[in-house]
Write a protein that binds this ligand. Structure first.
Ligand SMILES: Cc1cc2nc3c(=O)[nH]c(=O)nc-3n(C[C@H](O)[C@H](O)[C@H](O)COP(=O)(O)O)c2cc1C
Length: 344
């Protein structure tokens, strides 16, 4: 009898397939569809602090009754005292923040009421204070866990690698102090020493690491001569980068690994678990193939487990982790020496 159940961050999942955060994950009916298709858990669309800032600007430009009322207060305050400008602006921003956060909290609560599978909320903040404030409020709304979507692009010449990396530790520390539900860090790989930093992050209080987030990529349109948006969705062979690091890190980290990026088919789910992931996330596969991709993956995994006489996920999890293979150097090879010499 095949049993696909597993645990992630202390949560009991019926299988290792998590529907990852994306624009699709902002609608409870769609989340229900994913549950019916067999998803093990869902990660809601992130609440973005930048989105709140944007909403506060568009709120001030809008024309509904509440906005008119605020604009009057705002303008009067500024007329009465020019220094009131900053105060009034902060007031509007804080109103917009509460308004957007309240909507997100209502969504979290509704998702929790509707679904039986674990609901993981997702946060991306910029300012230090908001990470822990949002986390606390989301826990109160009933989320089972939190995913902290942190991405520091190390593009500032004045900041050292250590300074950039400290941001991840500070966020984990602040959130840890505010919540009792488990949280994961969804991170990129721009670290000066990937293994050193990620193993230290695994001891920061996080219960899971999502490897890896995929950032927005700008592109250049050579016809229109302008900046354009690069490929938003991943493709079938984008999983290899994650596979290497999951295999290397899984024997070293002190928390669960969730593999992410480029997982579009059942065979890659199996590869990531063999490398040591506890669970995997899919986002682009849902955009490209719809919720039906999930039953297809589950069927493929079950058939493969039957063929290889595995009854549980734990029986093969980490079999190909770097620490468990005869030739650990396989995951550290970066040159194609033999292949190049054959091509010559
Ligand atoms: C259209 C789109 C929207 C996304 N929105 C979010 C988001 O709100 N929060 C987040 O953490 N990740 C977001 N992601 C990133 C995905 O969760 C995932 O990390 C990334 O797409 C790589 O996984 P994949 O190959 O399965 O797509 C988004 C991805 C896509 C394609």
């Amino acid at each position: 009898m095949i049993d696909l159940s597993t645990t992630y961050m202390g949560l009991q999942l019926r299988n290792p397939i998590i529907a990852g955060s994306s624009g699709l994950m902002n609608n409870v009916e769609y989340l229900k569809e994913l549950e019916e298709a067999g998803a093990g858990a869902v990660v809601l669309k992130s609440i973005f602090e930048e989105q709140i800032r944007h909403e506060s600007e568009s709120f001030l430009q809008s024309d509904h009754e509440k906005a008119r009322e605020w604009k009057t207060t705002f303008n009067e305050a500024v007329q009465q005292h020019p220094y009131a400008y900053e105060e009034a602006e902060a007031y509007v921003n804080s109103f917009a923040k509460e308004h957007t956060l309240d909507r997100y909290l209502a969504f979290v609560a509704k998702a929790k009421q509707t679904l039986k599978i674990p609901v993981i909320a997702s946060i991306h903040c910029v300012s230090q204070y908001d990470w822990s404030y949002f986390a606390k409020r989301i826990q109160e709304a009933g989320a089972d866990a939190l995913e902290l979507n942190i991405y520091v692009l190390p593009s500032d010449i004045k900041r050292s690698g250590a300074e950039n990396e400290q941001v991840y530790f500070d966020v984990a520390e602040q959130v840890k102090q505010q919540v009792t539900i488990p949280f994961s860090l969804k991170i990129g790989y721009y670290f000066s020493s990937v293994v050193h930093t990620i193993t230290k992050l695994s001891e920061s209080g996080a219960s899971g690491l999502v490897l890896f987030n995929r950032p927005y990529h700008p592109d250049i349109d050579i016809r229109e001569l302008e900046i354009s948006t690069g490929q938003v969705c991943t493709t079938f062979d984008d999983y290899l980068h994650t596979l290497r690091w999951v295999a290397i890190l899984s024997g070293m980290v002190k928390c669960d690994i969730c593999a992410s990026t480029g997982i579009h088919s059942y065979d890659v789910v199996i590869k990531q678990i063999l490398a040591g992931a506890s669970v995997i996330q899919i986002a682009s596969a849902l955009y490209k193939q719809g919720p039906d991709v999930i039953p297809g993956m589950l069927k493929g995994i079950k058939t493969w487990m039957e063929i290889h006489n595995f009854e549980t996920i734990d029986q093969f999890k980490g079999m190909f982790s770097q620490k468990n293979i005869e030739n650990p150097a396989a995951f550290e090879r970066v040159q194609f020496m033999k292949l190049y010499s054959r091509i010559e």
